[in-house]
Design a protein around this ligand. Structure first.
Ligand SMILES: Nc1nc2c(ncn2[C@@H]2O[C@H](COP(=O)(O)OP(=O)(O)O)[C@@H](O)[C@H]2O)c(=O)[nH]1
Ligand SMILES: [Mg+2]
Length: 498
């Protein structure tokens, strides 16, 4: 991805991050996005990526103007170097000279078309402090705009729109030339915000006429339709006004480059278009709750009645073990469609359709429910504890009768009434009654427990099917929607500038 020599700083890195987020959102959303939207977002991504290869952290300032206005002299004065050739008529060449502060900007300069011998890097260890304000700046000395060669004008026309700031250099002799105004400046109307005009060679003017001339130039600019464009009085020869120009350039270097802003706007546009095709939020968790599904399905198969019947067998009130009814297809269909209604609420149509495709169909659901319910144990037999108590109570009654019989036998034999025998018989009867009472309590407790366990087993079987075949596939789609939405939001959010 990285192009050797390109100055890839924070703005470039942040735009890469945003582009990757958008691409991931496109991947996650996949076919659920309209193909035209996804396609145009991918085209934007490709364009932005291509531009990012050059890096967008550098700000470009271009010096433009007619032959002899002093562009090259100004270039040298700003750079503090004698690099651009002064007094050379550029109509003979379409070469652009560049000075780069803080990095060589290789890829960007290649792209602009600056030859290897026409670039210089500023900001050495010695003068780093001096030049730090211009870090990230690329200063270009353009071919003369008044060149007769269309090829050279082409260079100017191509580079001017790339510039974060266009410095138009005029001199006192030619600042009012009609060719300059009608041929060029008028075409720049609308770009005032990224433009400044330098009135150079003011050293050739008497101090008292400098202001007048600058006013006249301002008036002409307004006539050109260029409102509010700054005019800076400069002498590249004496250095007058150069600090003002440098301050202007430092202000530009500090800002985000227009390439970064354009790329950011393109990413934002594309991400917004994608985001418009997503829902604002996912369905609330309550809409994805499994309990209502389990309630409806267990009712449909008659689980409550079956649980009660199993309990009755344990209580001893019934003898046959009932079976769970077949799973009715219409009930399954109803449960499934109301699940889809609730779980896809607020999702865009394509996402809702995807949920419907991913969850089990009615037949599959019904088969799975039947299979799961078949494994629920419904076997039941009367409580053993209660049966044991009944046997003991029966034995106690027999014992009481025996003791009573003995007492009666003794009486009829003429003996006195045996109180210990009578007492024993009564005690056995009381114990037998207690045993019967305990047995009935035991039976109903066991019946209740068994009924509850059948209900729990039946619900668990239905819930397992509902989770695996309805809830989980739905949650996958919902999670993908959330991820896509968050990625789009990330693509639209630039990191704060340091
Ligand atoms: N007196 C004076 N001459 C200048 C000034 N700037 C440039 N020149 C001269 O104007 C001529 C053209 O300058 P140059 O920088 O080559 O202009 P360019 O064609 O726009 O690049 C050269 O002879 C320079 O020495 C200035 O501020 N004052
Ligand atoms: Mg020149």
């Amino acid at each position: 991805m990285t192009v050797t020599g390109a100055l890839h700083g924070a703005d470039t890195a942040d735009l890469h991050r945003r582009v990757e987020s958008l691409l991931e959102a496109l991947d996650v959303a996949g076919r659920r996005l309209p193909p035209a939207v996804a396609g145009s977002a991918r085209e934007s991504v490709a364009r932005v990526r291509e531009r990012l290869e050059l890096g967008v952290d550098q700000t470009i300032v271009a010096l433009a103007g007619g032959t002899g206005s002093g562009k090259s002299s100004l270039f040298n004065a700003i750079a503090g170097l004698q690099f651009a050739e002064v007094g050379v008529k550029r109509p003979t060449t379409s070469r652009v000279t560049a000075c780069v502060w803080g990095g060589d900007g290789g890829a960007l300069l290649d792209w602009i078309g600056v030859g290897p011998d026409d670039r210089i890097e500023r900001e050495s260890a010695l003068d780093a402090d001096d030049q730090a304000a211009l870090r990230g700046l690329v200063l270009l000395d353009l071919p003369d705009h008044d060149s007769v060669s269309p090829e050279h004008r082409e260079v100017v026309d191509r580079v001017v729109p790339l510039a974060d700031l266009l410095v138009w250099v005029v001199d006192p002799q030619k600042y009012a030339d009609d060719a300059l105004h009608t041929g060029y400046l008028r075409r720049l109307a609308g770009h005032e915000a990224s433009m400044v005009v330098v009135l150079n060679q003011v050293d050739t003017l008497a101090p008292e006429v400098r202001g007048e001339l600058a006013d006249d130039l301002r008036r002409l600019l307004v006539e050109d339709g260029l409102h509010g464009v700054g005019v800076i009085r400069v002498s590249a020869r004496t250095g007058e006004g150069i600090d003002t120009v440098r301050a202007e350039l430092a202000g530009v270097a500090e800002q985000r480059s227009s390439a970064a802003r354009r790329a950011g706007a393109e990413v934002d546009d594309a991400a917004r278009t994608v985001g418009d095709k997503l829902g604002e939020a996912e369905p609330a968790p309550a809409k994805l709750a499994v309990t209502p599904v389990v309630d409806a399905l267990t009712d449909a198969v008659g689980l409550p009645a079956v649980s009660d019947a199993v309990g009755a067998v344990v209580r001893g009130g019934a003898s046959s073990v009932p079976a769970l009814g077949a799973v009715p297809a219409d009930a399954v269909g109803l449960v499934r469609s109301s699940w889809l209604d609730s779980a896809t609420d607020g999702l865009p149509r394509a996402w809702g359709q995807d949920v419907a495709k991913r969850v089990a169909g009615v037949g599959e659901l019904r088969d799975a429910l039947t299979a799961a319910l078949a494994k629920v144990t419904l076997a039941a037999r009367p409580s053993r504890g209660a049966a044991a108590l009944l046997v003991i109570a029966g034995a106690l009654v027999v014992l009481a009768l025996t003791l009573g019989g003995l007492a009666v036998g003794l009486l009829t034999g003429g003996e006195a009434l045996s109180w210990p025998l009578v007492g024993g018989a009564v005690a056995c009867l009381v114990a037998a009654a207690l045993g019967l009472w305990a047995a009935s309590g035991l039976r109903s407790a066991a019946g209740r427990r068994r009924a509850e366990s059948v209900t729990a087993d039946g619900r668990a079987a239905v819930e397992a099917v509902a989770l695996a075949r309805l809830v989980e596939p739905t949650q996958e789609v919902v999670a993908e929607h959330r991820r896509a939405r968050e990625l789009v939001a990330a693509a639209r959010t630039p990191a704060p500038r340091a």
